[in-house]
Design a protein around this ligand. Structure first.
Ligand code: APR
Ligand code: ZN
Ligand code: ZN
Length: 366
């Protein structure tokens, strides 16, 4: 049995249920969850923007302890501390073989099926399957994931902080460092200062950007972006974000602009505030039917690079431990990313806070 937060119908609150949990099969790992972050991607699913089979256990940003391993598991053992990797790459598809495990075809398939690799799930309720988001199903006391989804980590980092590495830190820092490859002395704008946006800001600061402009609509969070390296802030409720960023860059625009909300309008804003030959990186996830309107003539005449970033273009078995080492060396801030801690029973309060934009990150402590 495992107590878990289950989404039964889009748009409804999650319900806390005692689910049946099978044993880990070959190549699978049972994890006792210790902490899980509330990410906007989970909220996209609740709202029906990312259609998935229901009922489903959401949650993909998490950390815990290995409780049991299935046959043939070699990379982790009982008692190991692990961070969940929500893109458990197969190692054999064309993307994995060419150094892009973030785009693994098998992991993308599992995102759509809401299952483990064999097409089934280990959670059930009254004999019916309950799916698991991104193979993780992190909003549960226990979960069972493929071996590749449980990345062993150092033991001296508290679980709540380690959990952040799983999505917001990897996605944000990775978008700045891997995807944009922000150069020292460059100019940066980040639209959306949530869990992901704050980490884009600290990734750009780590890379030595000289000007980092944070754009959001919540003044308290904008003020906090300064401690993560932002040099300027723009409140998009009061000012037009594109004009404000152009004003701050002598009318030129920034070298790198990031969108970390998931709205087509702000994606176009990010493109429009990028200088000629600069780079626009889309990190936010819009619904599958949405489109972004971009001036067609600008595409050749302004020669901007327009790209996206998934999981911060990371390779979790290598990057999660590295990011935790950066934290231990005092180079990454994790504690101030956590605005509120909730019990699993309070998860809907956590999502209400996410919806209002008041938290940087809300965390479930098990
Ligand atoms: N202009 C500027 N900022 C906005 C606007 C807007 N119109 N609308 C919302 N925001 C801000 C919110 O105030 C919040 O601070 O965007 C931020 C979004 O942050 P979170 O809700 O914490 O989202 P996060 O978990 O960081 O994810 C951001 O990245 O990985 C994807 O699926 C994820 O699409 C989501 C995005
Ligand atoms: Zn693959
Ligand atoms: Zn996430």
């Amino acid at each position: 049995m495992a107590k878990a937060a289950v989404l039964h119908r889009y748009g409804e609150p999650l319900s806390i249920e005692e689910l049946d949990l099978a044993s880990p099969k070959r190549g699978e790992v049972k994890v006792k969850m210790k902490a899980a972050g509330l990410c906007h991607s989970d909220w996209h699913v609740v709202q029906g923007q990312l259609p998935l089979p229901l009922p489903i256990v959401l949650g993909h940003e998490g950390a815990g302890i290995v409780e049991e391993v299935g046959e043939g598991v070699t990379s982790v053992k009982q008692g190991d501390h692990v961070v969940l990797n929500w893109v458990p790459s197969c190692g054999t598809c064309s993307y994995c073989r060419t150094g892009r495990p973030d785009l693994c075809e098998e992991a993308a398939r599992l995102m759509a099926t809401g299952t483990l690799p064999d097409g089934t799930t280990r959670f059930s309720l009254h004999g019916k399957p309950v799916y698991q988001f991104l193979t993780a199903g992190a909003f549960s006391e226990y979960t069972i994931v493929p071996e590749q989804a449980a990345i062993p980590i150092r033991r001296d980092v508290p679980f709540e902080l380690a959990a952040l590495i799983s999505c917001s830190v990897m996605t944000g820092v990775g978008a700045a460092i891997h995807t944009a490859q922000v150069r020292p002395g460059s100019t940066v704008a980040v639209i959306g200062a949530g869990g992901v946006g704050f980490n884009i800001i600290q990734g750009a600061a780590l890379a030595g950007a000289k000007q980092i402009i944070a754009v959001d609509i919540v003044e308290e969070k904008l003020a906090m972006t300064k401690t993560f390296g932002a040099t300027h802030t723009v409140n998009a409720r009061e000012d037009d974000a594109v004009s404000a960023v152009l004003d701050l860059t002598d009318g030129i625009g920034v070298d790198y602009a990031f969108e970390a909300i998931g709205r087509p309008e702000t994606m176009a804003d990010a493109y429009n505030m990028t200088r000629k030959a600069g780079t626009t990186v889309i990190v936010g996830i819009a619904a599958p039917h949405e489109a972004v309107e971009i001036n067609a003539f600008s595409l050749p005449s302004q020669s901007k690079a327009l790209t996206g970033s998934w999981l911060g273009q990371g390779n979790p078995p290598i990057d999660y431990p590295k990011l935790l080492d950066l934290y231990a060396a005092g180079k990454l801030k994790l504690e101030p990313l956590i605005s509120a801690v909730y019990s699993l029973d309070q998860i809907n309060d956590g999502f209400a806070a996410l919806k209002s934009g008041q938290n940087i990150r809300g965390i479930i402590r098990f």
